[in-house]
Design a protein around this ligand. Structure first.
Ligand code: EPZ
Length: 419
């Protein structure tokens, strides 16, 4: 196991490049199960999660060649069992369910289980595939599902906490090869779903409305191989914007999709950060003391839950009081205790975090609990006085490509050490 050692307080400046989107890559890789053609996908971030998905595809019969930021998938799927060992380590792998059903008419997929950010049920996934005519059972921790021929249907996929990204992805992929028309109402509108829709369209699927709450899919008999380039990771880019604001820096975030980050950018501008679109990049300038502001996370286009922890790190050093509510994952607050170890003043009261900004954070040994919480601790460590050690950085390696290398390029002092 490794840890990050961060010498805080170094001035940061320059350019930082955004990698391809992790959360778009995972369903896109799953979608390659839908074709026997060759899929060549570029700008894939080299991460633990994308490697896990490649392993899962191999276990299902596909041939997967992994290059530098490129993955080529070929061959046919010949196994319908997605193993516990692979699915349990990463929830994203549950979205092989839809493609397996569409291609083989059967699937046995390990249940993804809960995790540190909340309970994370799968009822919306099951509702969606059941509407397509799938019969399913739960047995020994697996979903066992069967449908000789999927049939298009209208369905409502809204849940208690809004729409579901991966349930929408599962249904889109299954419906692409189903017989007839599928209409998903209250579909997830996240850019990752839009990208999956574009990917499926390029494979020959008949799909419209991706990126809106109503997606219409007309099933086709066959999908083709494809050569495709993944778009940038909006959550990684948003993390860099928040880092620039926290470090009071002037940073150019390269290859960042401004329109995918409007909720964050609006909030940053409101609290006094200068954020400008610069072609395909975003420039952030922050030289002054900021004002605090509350956030409530919501599904896209609302403020993303995946940036809540990093925003909290910024508010921790912004004078005044801010209130942070997570309406997508109401228990996603494991980072509070660790930020407080660094001198932050944050308390949790029922479903909200109340942050009283302090003048300074101080370096400390802290424990990463999940991917985005880890990013928040790195931001805090970079602006803290003294040395911070972030333990269990395998969480970061799941979702941030070469983070230490990229931060070093900005002038940060961050290095890896064995635990
Ligand atoms: C995706 O998870 C992302 N993961 C998450 O990113 C992200 O936090 C989340 O969407 C929300 O944006 C990937 O794309 C691989 P959901 P997903 O289903 O699809 C509830 C990160 O850090 N729900 O949209 O699993 C659920 O409990 C990660 O990169 C149901 O009630 O999330 C939550 O409250 C972590 N029933 C809400 O919906 C269901 O069947 C949204 O979850 C499914 C979900």
């Amino acid at each position: 196991m490794e840890k990050f050692v961060i010498e805080g307080g170094k001035p940061l400046k320059g350019e930082i490049k955004t990698s391809g989107s992790k959360n778009a890559t995972l369903p896109v890789l799953a979608a390659t199960l839908l074709t026997d053609g060759v899929c060549e996908i570029r700008n894939i971030p080299k991460l633990r999660d994308t490697l896990t998905m490649c392993k899962l595809l191999r276990s299902l019969g596909k041939t997967v060649e992994i290059g530098a930021n490129k993955v080529t998938v070929s061959g046919s799927v010949n196994n319908h069992v997605a193993d516990y060992k692979l699915v349990s380590t990463m929830r994203g792998s549950f979205c092989v369910l839809g493609p397996l059903l569409a291609k083989l008419g059967k699937a046995k997929v390990s249940m993804p289980g809960g995790c540190i950010i909340g309970v994370r049920p799968i009822d919306l996934h099951m509702k969606g595939i059941t509407a397509l005519g799938v019969k399913s059972d739960f047995e020994a921790g697996y979903v066992i599902a069967r449908a000789p021929r999927l049939k298009g249907a209208q369905m409502y996929l809204g849940g208690t906490f809004g729409s579901s990204v991966l349930a929408t992805a599962n249904v889109m992929m299954a419906a692409s090869l189903a017989h007839g028309e599928t209409v998903i109402e209250s579909a997830a509108c996240e850019p990752e779903i839009e990208e999956l829709g574009d990917f499926l369209s390029s494979m020959g699927a008949k799909i419209e409305g991706q990126g809106t709450p109503r997606i219409i899919i007309n099933g086709v008999r066959k999908l083709n191989g494809i050569n495709y380039k993944m778009g940038p990771d909006r959550i990684e880019a948003g993390t860099f914007l928040l880092l620039a604001a926290a470090a009071k820096s002037d940073i150019l975030v390269r290859d960042a999709h401004y329109n995918h980050l409007l909720a964050l950018i609006d909030k940053l501008q409101m609290i006094g950060v200068d954020v400008q679109k610069d072609g395909a990049d975003i420039r952030v300038k922050c030289k002054k003391t900021l004002r605090p502001a509350n956030i409530v996370t919501h599904p896209h286009p609302g403020f993303p839950t995946d940036l809540q922890a990093q925003y909290m790190a910024l508010m921790a050093i912004t004078p005044g009081v801010s209130i942070i509510t997570d309406r997508v994952f109401p228990d996603r607050f494991m980072h509070i205790a660790e930020l407080n170890r660094m001198g932050a003043s944050i308390r949790r009261d029922a479903g909200v975090a109340i942050v009283e900004g302090v003048k300074k954070l101080f370096g400390a040994p802290v424990m990463a609990s999940d991917l985005r919480a880890s990013a928040a601790l790195v931001i805090a460590g970079l602006v803290a006085q003294g040395q911070t050690q972030v333990h269990r950085i395998y969480h970061l390696d799941r979702g941030y490509e070469d983070l230490d290398g990229k931060l070093t390029g900005l002038g940060a002092r961050v290095y890896r050490e064995k635990e």
